[in-house]
Design a protein around this ligand. Structure first.
Ligand SMILES: [Zn+2]
Length: 167
């Protein structure tokens, strides 16, 4: 296996790679901690950015390829983004204008996602339930005079699937 010179902050690791990961469509390096022998991997882009910044990147920090080509790991092409910035860039690039909202069903308290245009924020009403079934129960309860607080119905206004983007 090809070993590359480990630089700070990865000086305590033996680094193999970079290897192309077909499914992820990007390069990876494999790390072995010299002391604990623990194995891990990270994208080559993250590895390079960490060396440039001389620190291990935080979980919420993402390395974005400026030109959109995930195989182009030249340092000039790599920029650090927060997860949210990265999602925004992705949505813009792919012309996705849908706003996804995270909600909590007032009846069963299940968390679910829905496009904003399909929630009470865009339609008439005071709440959005997870299903017709739950909406029916709430409506019946309201008719019976049972009080609901819909304050916790909306969990997150600016929510997008975290699965959309991987570093
Ligand atoms: Zn429900």
């Amino acid at each position: 296996m090809k070993i590359i010179k480990a630089e700070y902050p990865y000086s305590n690791y033996i680094i193999y790679g970079p290897y192309f990961h077909k499914k992820e469509n990007r390069y990876y390096v494999y790390l072995i901690d010299k002391v604990t022998k623990k194995r891990s991997s990270t994208s080559y882009a993250r590895y390079l950015k960490a060396i440039q910044l001389k620190r291990i990147l935080g979980e919420k920090e993402q390395v974005d390829h400026r030109d959109g080509n995930c195989k182009n790991d030249t340092i000039e092409n790599l920029q650090l983004l927060t997860h949210r910035d990265n999602i925004k860039k992705y949505l813009k690039q792919h012309d996705i204008r849908k706003t996804i909202i995270q909600l909590c069903c007032p009846n069963c308290e299940k968390l679910f996602l829905r496009e904003k245009r399909n929630t009470f924020l865009s339609k008439h009403g005071t709440f959005t339930a997870c299903s017709r079934h739950c909406a029916g129960i709430i409506r019946r309860h309201l008719q019976l005079g049972i009080k609901y607080s819909f304050a916790n119905n909306i969990i997150n206004y600016d929510y997008t699937y975290p699965e959309i983007i991987k570093t």
